[in-house]
Design a protein around this ligand. Sequence first.
Ligand code: MLT
Length: 323
Amino acid sequence: MKKLLSIALGLLASAVAGAQAQTFPSKPVTIIVPFAAGGPTDVLARTLGERMRASLGQPVIVENVTGAGGTIGVTRAVRSAPDGYTVSIGHLGTHVVNGAIYPLPYDLLNDLDPVGQIGANPMLVVSKNGVPAKNFKELIAWVKANEDKVTFGTAGVGSGSHFSGVYLQSLIGTKARYVPYRGTGPAMLDLVAGQIDMIVDQASNSMPQVKAGKIRAYAVTAPKRLTVAPDIPTADEAGLPGFHILLWSGLWVPKGTPQAAIARLNAAMVDGLHDPGVQKRFSELGLELPARAQMTPEALRALQKTEVAKWWPVIKAANIKLQ
Ligand code: MLT
């Protein structure tokens, strides 16, 4: 009798789960952005989220949960119910680098299930307009001559802007100071105001200010120049060969989220990335879309593993201290 009852309950539970998965989503979906509003990750989440709303038939809410280089926001997502209604947006910094720096209360590769990659952009080395350097070589010389005074704005230890700054300084042999913000959105405001000297920032965040002449750009961390900024040299061309960083972003959900919900979220994400309005906005910001085959959950998982193998040794060698 007991055996029959547990079989019946098991069948009932899977029937309910099945029905729920069929009707997913039946309420708003929340994307947790681990950085401040107005920054590059926030812009990605809001631009894509707005378009995913149409495919999902439910509102997509963006919640900014900031701090500790993005680990606070990712922790919140990891600890959320695995039902598809909480999505973690992040990137090379939050979902790879932080695992080599922080004693994280979660396993980056196993406590989150990938939904898909959403885009990538190289970093730009930018400074406030007052910096007395006309090109990248002069900027590097200026940092070397003033390393006790120069300040790099970052979005916190382990963030894209932080580990890119660490990587740059490890290549030019300097130890200038980092000024942490809750995102490169607020850091950019202080760079424009001349409160800090430099940021190694996502092109998507800096381009509007560079175009407006409010900050200066010296080099892009990619083998090829940006289509939207053909006048900005690559680091290879500008005198620091090999300084390459491509900051890719993706979506994840808590481990154990039903496959049907992940498939629905991925389909809405892919729809959004094929939307002409989203594509126009992304290209204006210098964001590259992944190839169709790279938009699958499996492709994001494979990318994350490859990048862990590539960056953890570099990050560990840099011996980054938690401030
Ligand atoms: C942000 O959205 O503020 C950035 O992604 C932060 C960073 O990683 O530099």
